[in-house]
Structure formats: structure tokens, C-alpha cells
Design a protein around this ligand. Sequence first.
Ligand code: C5P
Length: 260
Amino acid sequence: MPYCRLRQPPGKRGGFVDALNKEAVNRLIFALDVPDRQEAERFIKLLDGAVGCFKVGLELFIKEGPDVLKMVKDHSSADIFLDLKLHDIPQTVHRAVTSAASHGVRFITAHCGEGEAMLKAAVQASGQGLEVLAVTVLTSLSQQGLSGLGFRDGLMLNQLVLSRAAQAKGAGCAGVVCSGEEAAVIRKCCGSDLKLVVPAIRPNWSGVDGDDQSRITTPKQAIGNGADLIVVGRPIRDAKNPREAAEKVLAEIGQALQSK
Ligand code: C5P
């Protein structure tokens, strides 16, 4: 059974729907925000073939250590995104990324907040297929929340995101993590080379809302606004049928790609 059903436009060749499905899968990252290796393994098996990348974050990595990355590789051919959101002095970040590169992961995150030197250090240590994604402003932060953080009065959150994205590009990062709300303007200002990775995805049908995420978008909005990849956690993890939820996300991504 295909994982998403897409309308084939008249005149398109037979492989069109398959290619679109493949493209949708490649754009979906599932956040393995689970407490231990057993749960992670269960989700990897359940979602096999429906996601292009598994994201290992702080909860799982701190519990299980680097062995969990090997487990993901042993059970799936999907990419691995090590989301540790590094934030330290340049030399420490450089050394941390060097360590990460030895685990064969595709993406690692570093925060933008400390400026270009830290991001450059991360980029210098990357390579061997490892790409650095710079976290612009966490998607849990709202415009209101920004006001209490000591930035100059009147600074708009989307301006901060944009200036950090430009800085990340200047530092040589492969991409940035931003919300779907900022994706279009970043794409316009930073060009097509910078990967835009968008979390805080909340499909209309998911029933997941009112949580810690502020700058939310649906899969369709995020992809329509220019996201290359979307990160989905709770709307799939907490669904009654996670596989079915992933397939619905894929269908939405496919629709957004089709109408581009
Ligand atoms: O459950 P939910 O779909 O909100 O999961 C989002 C995932 O993306 C979490 O693992 C979170 O750590 C991550 N993330 C984020 N915002 C960022 C960067 C990463 O929500 N700016």
C-alpha cells in the first residue's frame, strides 16, 4: 500500500506519484523523543520507510549515549539527526562536532545565540557527510517571550531569526532551524542553498496544541513556505496510530509539493 495517496496530474508519467511519495518521505524527520532505546526501536520499526531521517535529541542521547545511534543505523537506512543544540566556547564546540562526526550522523545542531565564531568552529569540524544546522530562535519562543530577554526594545522575532540565519549562512552552516512562519523570508534573503529545517509542526487534524511550541505551522504551510525538511514529534509519537499519522503528514507534504 502506498504511504500517501496523491492525485496524478493529467499528462504526467506513471512514476510521478512514486517520485512525489519518495520526495515527501525524504522531507520528513521524526523526533525520537522517547525515554529509552526500546521505545526508540519500536518507533523505528513502526515508521520504517515513512520517514527520511530520525532525530535523536537530548532525552534519548543522555539516557543511552552514542550506542543508540548505532541501533538506529542497524534498524534503518534513514539519516540520523543528532539534535544536541551545542552552545559553548568555539573550541569545545569544535571538539564536540569532531566526536559527533565519528558516529556517522548526517546533521548536528548548534545554537546561533553566541555568534559567528562558535558556528564557524562547528562547521570546521564537520565534513565526512556531517552537516551543521544552526538553531536560530527556538520555536517555543514567542514575540512576547522575546521581550523579557534583554534585546533592544521593538526587536521583531522574525528579524532576529533572519539576521541569525544570515549569520549562519556566513559561517558556512548547511542549514538553519527556524519556524515555518519565517521560512519564506529566509528563503528569499538567504537563497536556495541554505537548508531550512522546520519543527513545531502541528497538523490541523492532530489535536496536539496548546503545548510549549509557539510558532507552529501545518506540514502544508511549512513546505509551502519553503521548508526543505520538517521535524515532527508529538503529532506522530502521541497519535493512536503513529504510522497512520506519519502517512497523513506525508500526504500533506505531497500536496504542498504538488501545488508548488
Ligand atoms: O513534539 P514536537 O513536534 O514539538 O517536537 C519538536 C522537536 O523539534 C523536539 O524534539 C524539539 O527538541 C525540536 N526542536 C524544536 N525547536 C527548535 C529546534 C528543535 O522544537 N527550534
